[in-house]
Design a protein around this ligand. Structure first.
Ligand code: JD2
Length: 242
């Protein structure tokens, strides 16, 4: 997969050089390139923003640098790329969206700042991209970089070979509509607290049943909305013992 990220703060994306995502890049599983939007300006101040038409507070990102950057990246694409533009008014990002994006061959991320990007950039981009405006959640950030870090990690970890043990992707929160079960490791006793004895039994059937029950209980306690969502709850999943 090819991923391009455009930002006025390219160093904000440095964490993508670390850990499993960084290893995937070094192993050639991920072709991730970060671009400085200011490299697509041509004035001596490398200007990327200006005052909003119609007045109002703050500044708006100018269309020209974005148009030049996105046209150049579209020219480098083998097929129609997906352009993901984080924004507070976007479609909420989800595990389902991560799975869908993981099947794409080329993702381009536009990190806005200030009060946002001139709307004509989205219109122009639709000629060459599948444009998706995506929100990380119902709170306000100062720009798109934090969202891109989260989206890239959620998508990249689904790609073959990125996570060493693909089995660990199966019973994760939101993967099948339930939250994850509690996990324990050595020591067996700590601060007067002990590991649940079922986990020491070696009875894999009992352990699996206990873990499933824990997932149902946790989901009912913390995210009952997931149990009412049509896709999340099969009839047996709703048979929660209390
Ligand atoms: N994803 C996501 C986001 C964002 C986000 C993403 C990109 C930008 C580019 C500028 N701003 C500031 C801003 C504040 C207010 C109104 C418009 N724009 C962003 C905010 N906020 N909250 C989320 N879940």
């Amino acid at each position: 997969m090819r991923l391009d990220v455009v930002s006025i703060f390219p160093d904000y994306l440095a964490p993508l050089d670390l850990s499993l995502i960084g290893k995937a890049r070094r192993d050639g599983l991920l072709d991730l390139r970060v671009h400085d939007l200011r490299d697509f300006t041509h004035d001596r101040h490398r200007t990327v923003d200006d005052t909003p038409y119609g007045g109002g507070a703050g500044m708006v990102m100018k269309p020209e640098p974005w148009g030049e950057a996105l046209d150049q990246l579209a020219n480098a694409a083998d097929s129609r790329p997906v352009l993901i533009v984080p924004g507070p008014g976007g479609t909420p990002f989800s595990q389902a969206m991560a799975r869908e994006l993981a099947d794409e061959s080329h993702l381009v991320f536009a990190c806005g700042r200030y009060e946002g990007i001139d709307e004509r950039v989205y219109e122009h981009a639709r000629k060459r991209y599948d444009v998706r405006v995506v929100s990380l959640g119902d709170y306000v950030l100062n720009g798109g970089e934090v969202a891109v870090l989260a989206i890239v990690e959620a998508v990249a970890r689904l790609l073959p070979g990125v996570i060493g043990n693909a089995a660990s992707l199966v019973e994760e929160s939101h993967e099948d509509g339930l939250l994850e079960y509690p996990v324990y490791t050595k020591p067996e006793h700590w601060q007067g607290l002990s590991v649940p004895t079922v986990l020491l039994s070696g009875d894999h059937g009992k352990i699996a049943a206990w873990r499933h029950e824990q997932r149902l209980q946790r989901t009912a306690e913390r995210r009952p909305d997931l149990l009412s969502a049509p896709a999340a709850a099969s009839p047996e999943q709703l048979q929660i013992s209390v």
